[in-house]
Design a protein around this ligand. Structure first.
Ligand code: AQP
Length: 332
């Protein structure tokens, strides 16, 4: 059976990178797979959180999933912390993960920065918790943006190591699904940095809750170069900011970069940006207004998450018990 697991952290607001790199693909995949979509709130604790803000962000991410088109009845939608098996399996897997594997993780190096000794243990262990998220449900496929590829490879390595150690094929090796035109959406201020929730500049990203005026302002201010749009994709290689805007346009319009250039080659960026604003507002506005509607009834979001959590827990408990039996933990 093919089963999908994927999640997003409720750390600040979701942005266009989260939407184009992951969420939008989930909406298509829900018709071909059994899907489990999680708000990974335990992962969010790797950065300092205000409790009230975190609670709201968890609901907001759940609302974004539903507003983007995820059906909470058809799929399992829940927040990670309601299923204790995530933390439990994470511990078990940690005991099967050599430190050397974690030391290779580039995201830890980037996020910990120069003061590595001050980074928290959770940030370091993040990839084993992510492996536990996926393996707890024996998921076979994991749709993510390109930035998560290394963590996914680690999850496969951990699953493989566990299977070899206990001479079993218990865990499937999860396949990354890096889909669509915009697998790595870049910052609007720097075409070499990925668009990220934690970037200090609000102008670096378009949030899924931005209104039309804010989107227009951010796109107008997006960094570009003085040249008009080129004729070929090869000419975009040395122009990361231009490449990023063309990629975003293509992803929103459902076109390849070649098709976008066929339409806009020779245009000035000021004109292209106007079309990009119209397209972005056109695609995002219905999602934003649906999100607002959903967030007007917090009790209903909580009800949906609770129901999803119960469905997730049933699968998790069975798999975790099997893991305990395999490794020899007594369940009297
Ligand atoms: N810029 C991006 N382009 C394409 N995909 C992206 N994703 C994130 N940024 C981009 C994908 O979105 C999913 C959820 O990401 P996450 O919430 O788990 O956190 P992240 O990957 O760490 O994203 P951020 O926005 O950069 O958060 P911060 O700044 O908090 O670290 C994943 O599938 C991810 O690949």
């Amino acid at each position: 059976m093919n089963r999908i697991f994927s999640g997003m952290q409720p750390t600040r607001q979701l942005h266009l990178g989260n939407y184009l790199g992951a969420l939008r693909n989930w909406v298509d995949l829900q018709n071909s797979y059994e899907c489990i979509f999680c708000v990974v709130d335990l992962h969010a604790l790797t950065i300092d959180q205000d409790s009230e803000v975190l609670r709201n962000n968890i609901r907001e991410v759940a609302a974004a999933y539903i507003a983007a088109g995820i059906d909470p009845d058809k799929n399992i939608l829940f927040n990670q912390s309601v299923v204790p098996g995530h933390a439990e399996l994470s511990w078990i897997l940690s005991c099967h993960t050599p430190l050397g594997w974690l030391n290779r993780m580039t995201q830890f190096k980037e996020k910990a920065g120069k003061q590595k000794d001050m980074a928290n243990l959770g940030l370091y262990a993040y990839p084993t918790l992510m492996a536990a998220d996926i393996l707890l449900y024996k998921a076979t496929h994991v749709p993510v943006g390109e930035d998560q590829k290394q963590h996914l490879e680690l999850a496969r390595d951990i699953a493989g190591a566990f299977n070899r150690r206990y001479e079993t094929e218990f865990f499937p090796l999860p396949e990354p699904q890096i889909l669509g035109e915009a697998t790595r959406v870049m910052s609007l201020r720097d075409g070499k940095k990925k668009m990220s929730k934690s970037d200090e500049s609000e102008y670096s990203r378009i949030n899924m809750t931005d209104d039309a005026d804010t989107i227009a302002q951010k796109i107008r201010k997006a960094k570009t170069d003085p040249e008009p749009l080129p004729e070929t994709v090869t000419e975009l290689e040395a122009r990361p900011e231009a490449d990023n805007l063309v990629t975003i346009y293509g992803a929103l319009a459902g076109q390849s970069r070649e098709q976008v250039l066929a339409q806009f080659a020779g245009a000035q960026f000021s004109d292209f940006k106007k079309s990009l604003v119209d397209l972005s507002v056109d695609k995002l506005a219905p999602i934003t207004s649906r999100m607002k509607e959903l967030l007007g009834d917090k009790a209903e979001i909580d009800r949906l998450l609770k129901k999803g959590g119960e469905r997730a827990a049933a699968i998790a408990e069975k798999n975790l018990n099997d893991v305990k039996d395999i490794i020899g933990l007594l369940r009297p």
